[in-house]
Design a protein around this ligand. Sequence first.
Ligand code: AMP
Length: 221
Amino acid sequence: MKLIILGAPGSGKGTMATVLRDSYGITHISTGDIFRANIKEQTPLGKEAKKYIDAGALVPDEITISMVEDRLSQDDCKNGYLLDGFPRTIAQAEKLDEMLSKTNSKIDAVIKVDVPAEVILGRVVNRRVCTSCGESYNVVSRPTKVEGVCDVCGKEVIQRDDDKPETVKQRLITYEENTKPLIDFYEKKGIVISADNSKDPKTAFEQASQALEKKGFRKVN
Ligand code: AMP
């Protein structure tokens, strides 16, 4: 099963992606995570991507597409995957179709995580993440037991540079401009599944899994 998860920054798509990965036993590919790992390692790709990420802008298509193409060619993608954060532009979506058509394959469903904009801003500026395992917290609704320390692995929990209010506003504008047209792109193919994540992630996941079940995809866990 090949899935895409789409949603504005702070829509909860990362959390939803983790649940989908575990429930359906598919590889989770987050382009944001790959960029952040490269930034941490100070690779040439990371240094280049950081300039755009810190400004709340998108990393150029040619850099992002070749990185994803490389990732999808790896063994753990053979039995399906969940793309999180990619595609983010129509050019990336078209390129993805082109890559998949080479193996007579296609995306089975696009899960669209819906949350009103006013809820999003509050969520993102309160978000904190573990620098080591990536676990996500919220200073209001899900704080760490010890401030700044990850409950899961004990490493440092921080606010992502691009989660600061000014950058978040820019990221929401970037999302509106570039990523929303993707919803129309996939609506035309008839493969969009809506999941309402304005209340709790459980409800959103149930909506998505019921729609996937109708398409013949069953949970493995
Ligand atoms: P995310 O963790 O998905 O919110 O991604 C963090 C940042 O990485 C984004 O704000 C972009 O700057 C960059 N990024 C992630 N995925 C892509 C993509 N598909 N195309 C361009 N830039 C991306």
